[in-house]
Design a protein around this ligand. Structure first.
Ligand SMILES: CC(C)(COP(=O)(O)OP(=O)(O)OC[C@H]1O[C@@H](n2cnc3c(N)ncnc32)[C@H](O)[C@@H]1O)[C@@H](O)C(=O)NCCC(=O)NCCS
Ligand SMILES: Nc1ncnc2c1ncn2[C@@H]1O[C@H](COP(=O)(O)OP(=O)(O)OP(=O)(O)O)[C@@H](O)[C@H]1O
Length: 198
């Protein structure tokens, strides 16, 4: 079984994927893959340099993530330009990792894909697990985790589909507004109802 784990920015996907990893599930993490495919020397970084200019590359040759974030979360056209370059590379590498886990005999693989709905990737997974959070809590957690201003955090939240829309497309929803124990309890109930094992 392939589980697609998604939600909104700072809703708690990494927190839940950490719990799944503790329970032995292999995780394919789109945010991690997105970092790998823009490492110095990779073709996607060269394309980004050509599309956005030298100012997106830092002195050590890595991508300036803060700068690129400012650019794309405030301008849908720039966001599309980056997505068109980087998403095909992310997808290829994620499928490679998924196939590696399946070939190694894993019964269930978790794919943590923040933009599962936005990029219409539902067909890649068997079950969709959405991690949801109240917007007020999401805003505070995002500002605290990334030291963002309220305006920076709101721009990022607005760049994704509303969480209520994602809930409608879910096979199961975890409401991550309470304690981590409450979140873990919901997760275990869902895994049990899906009869899935690591
Ligand atoms: C813009 C970048 C450089 C900002 O880097 P930064 O280190 O600040 O954030 P990080 O990569 O940890 O992403 C944090 C969250 O932002 C959201 N996010 C990232 N990219 C996008 C996007 N293109 N559209 C909407 N939301 C996005 C996701 O919820 C993600 O979990 C980076 O997010 C990036 O390269 N984005 C493009 C790749 C992508 O779409 N990644 C999302 C997973 S496929
Ligand atoms: N139940 C909880 N109680 C308190 N803090 C939490 C809880 N769940 C998550 N957090 C915190 O909220 C922040 C966002 O959570 P997390 O990083 O798991 O979200 P995410 O959905 O993976 O974010 P992103 O989309 O940016 O990758 C983190 O700092 C995390 O430690």
């Amino acid at each position: 079984m392939i589980i697609g784990l998604t939600g909104s920015i700072a809703s708690g996907k990494s927190t839940v994927s950490g719990m799944l990893a503790e329970r032995g599930y292999p995780i394919v993490d789109a945010d991690l893959v997105a970092r790998e495919v823009v490492e110095p020397g990779r073709p996607a970084l060269e394309q980004i340099r050509r599309a956005f200019g030298e100012q997106v590359i830092m002195e050590d040759g890595t991508m300036d993530r803060r700068f690129v974030g400012e650019l794309i979360f405030n301008d849908p056209a720039q966001r599309k330009k980056l997505n068109d370059i980087i998403h095909p590379a992310i997808r290829t590498e994620m499928l490679r990792q998924r196939d590696g886990h399946l070939a190694a005999g894993k019964k269930t693989v978790v794919m943590d894909i923040p933009l599962l709905f936005e990029s219409r990737l539902q067909h890649l997974v068997d079950k969709i697990l959405v991690v949801s959070v109240k917007e007020e809590t999401q805003l505070h957690r995002l500002m605290a985790r990334n030291s963002f201003t309220e305006q920076e955090a709101r721009a990022r939240i607005a760049s994704q589909l509303p969480i209520s829309e994602k809930e409608k497309g879910a096979d199961a929803v975890i409401y991550n507004n309470g304690t981590l124990e409450e979140t873990a309890r919901q997760l275990d109930q869902i895994l049990e109802s899906w009869h899935t094992m690591a």
